[in-house]
Write a protein that binds this ligand. Structure first.
Ligand SMILES: [Zn+2]
Ligand SMILES: [Zn+2]
Length: 258
């Protein structure tokens, strides 16, 4: 009986002997991809679970304001579900008839790699799994990169920094930050850091955006007593407020989040 060979389903450049459908190099790629996927999914799940806790009534968290983080949360969960069903499809394609949650399925796939690399559509599934892993990466990537301030956390007022390509972050207070959304909001709120307003306008802004009750008079007092050293007067009663500065004072003052 002669051994049949066919091109590797993934790279197409190597000939593989039956029953393999992937060459040796691509089998290693498959193993690496499963390893990365597992790690990335574990991280993504931590993000998702954290948000679950935040939104649960009675879990010790404050009730959410108008800007509930639910969409971000749901996105992480949807993505995990999507990867799980892809993993299950790859698993069925290898001839298995039962399946499991990804937490159990991936380790099992790792110990049955030879079966996966002989599956009818191994190349197609490897391609899709690699693409999926890349989709998760920006959410869980923690490589140190140049970070820029993109705004302040709507929950606690802390400065939020993000690097290019990051799309989901956790603030130190536990609030999940949708980077693109915060960037847009900050831009809407005027350059994230500085805001030109009258003391009355600032009072209103603090109330609208953070629920802080700080009177116009209180803000004027802070300005006059030099408590806002980075805020500069401009024409016509307007001031260029440093947001970080005013938020720190507003948080510490008698006014509480509404
Ligand atoms: Zn190959
Ligand atoms: Zn925060």
């Amino acid at each position: 009986m002669s051994i049949q060979t066919e091109p590797c389903q993934y790279c197409g450049s190597q000939q593989v002997e039956q029953p393999w459908t992937l060459c040796q190099t691509c089998r290693r790629t498959y193993a690496k991809t499963l390893h990365q996927l597992r790690r990335n999914m574990q991280l993504l799940q931590r993000v998702a679970l954290h948000e679950y806790k935040l939104g649960e009534p009675g879990a010790g968290s404050k009730p959410q304001g108008g800007e509930a983080p639910a969409p971000v949360n749901m996105h992480a969960i949807d993505l995990l579900d999507e990867v799980e069903s892809l993993l299950q499809d790859a698993w069925y394609d290898a001839g298995f008839v039962w399946s499991d949650k990804w937490q159990l399925l991936i380790p099992r796939m790792q110990t049955h790699l030879a079966w996966l690399c002989r599956a009818c559509n191994a190349g197609r599934f490897l391609r899709r799994l690699i693409r999926m892993s890349r989709r998760i990466e920006p959410y869980v990537d923690r490589r140190p990169r140049t970070r820029r301030i993109i705004g302040v956390c709507p929950e606690c007022g802390r400065e939020i920094q993000a690097a290019k390509g990051e799309s989901l972050l956790l603030c130190k207070c536990g609030n999940p930050i949708n980077v693109q959304q915060l960037r847009e909001q900050s831009r809407d709120k005027a350059e994230a850091i500085h805001l030109t307003k009258t003391p009355a306008g600032m009072s209103q802004w603090l109330k609208d955006n953070y629920g802080y009750e700080v009177s116009r008079k209180q803000i004027s007092n802070w300005l006059n007593r030099g408590k806002l050293p980075s805020s500069k007067p401009v024409d016509g009663g307007y001031w260029e407020f440093n947001i970080r500065e005013i938020l720190a004072l507003a948080m510490g003052s008698s006014g509480r989040p509404a």
